[in-house]
Design a binder for this molecule. Structure first.
Ligand code: PEP
Length: 251
């Protein structure tokens, strides 16, 4: 059975005091059964967050990492450093990393390899810009991101891969893909993986939707057959709205 996941990507938000306030609130909540809850704080708060939720079923996730083991890469953080503070899951290929920090599929493939070599789990983000959708190129673009970022992997590596489909035009804009649009793309992603590998692998990969997921739209999106949860930005900063999203899976 595929893992149901709700992951909060805090981006460059929440300093130490705000992180602590969130964690105090989170630890008071009854977490939904059968849903993996993940939070991705800033690098500076990973260690504290990991220690704080040690006794709770919450996965602490890094928002990025460098592809090299160590060395002269000022400002960067390695897989080994993340593992040393207990972090075993990393988001790679977020559209903000792709567009603002010019990370292309080649670099991302290297990052994926490094993370997997450290036995980490990867949330690999893919998604089209509005211009691709307007010219009907969105499926081709998604196929290319899968092929260049992930399709060099061996079958066995896929047990550590989670995909997040995040249409760029829906991130932080308040504009959400319709449930039908999300389902259509998630089914396409699964089919593309099945064709490259097998139905068995495709049916085990969790595919999350990201792009302005809110308490009011989460239920309908998560009810789609091929949607296994969400990668949530803005609405993950507040415990109440994050938990409302986590509780949106149909019983
Ligand atoms: C994200 O940052 O991955 C994201 C989906 O952001 P938002 O939910 O704010 O659109």
């Amino acid at each position: 059975m595929r893992q149901k996941i709700v992951a909060g990507n805090w981006k460059m938000n929440n300093d130490m005091a705000e992180t602590e306030m969130f964690l105090v609130g989170l630890k008071k909540q009854v977490l939904p059964e059968g849903v993996t809850i993940m939070i991705a704080p800033a690098f500076t708060n990973l260690n504290h967050t990991f220690q704080s939720v040690r006794e709770h079923p919450v996965t602490v996730v890094a928002q990025n990492m460098h592809q090299s083991e160590n060395g002269a890469f000022t400002g960067e953080v390695s897989a080994g450093m993340l593992k040393s503070v207990g972090v075993k899951t990393v988001i790679l290929g977020h559209s903000e990393r792709r567009s603002l920090f010019k990370e292309d599929n080649d670099v991302l493939a290297e990052k994926v390899n490094t993370a997997l070599a450290h036995d980490m789990e990867v949330i690999f983000c893919i998604g089209e810009e509005l211009s691709h959708r307007e010219t009907d190129d969105h499926f081709t673009l998604i196929e290319e991101q899968l092929e260049e970022g992930l399709f060099h992997l061996s079958e066995v590596s896929w047990k550590n891969i989670i995909i997040a489909y995040e249409p760029v035009w829906a991130i932080g804009t308040g504009e959400t893909a319709t449930p039908d649009q999300a389902q259509e793309m998630h089914a396409f992603i699964r089919k593309t993986i099945a064709e490259k590998y097998s139905n068995s692998i495709a049916n085990k990969v969790s595919i999350l939707y990201g792009g302005s997921v809110k308490p009011k739209n989460a239920k309908e999106i998560f009810a789609q057959k091929d949607v296994d949860g969400g990668l949530v930005g803005g609405a993950s900063l507040d415990v109440e709205s994050f938990m409302a999203i986590a509780n949106a899976f149909k019983k």
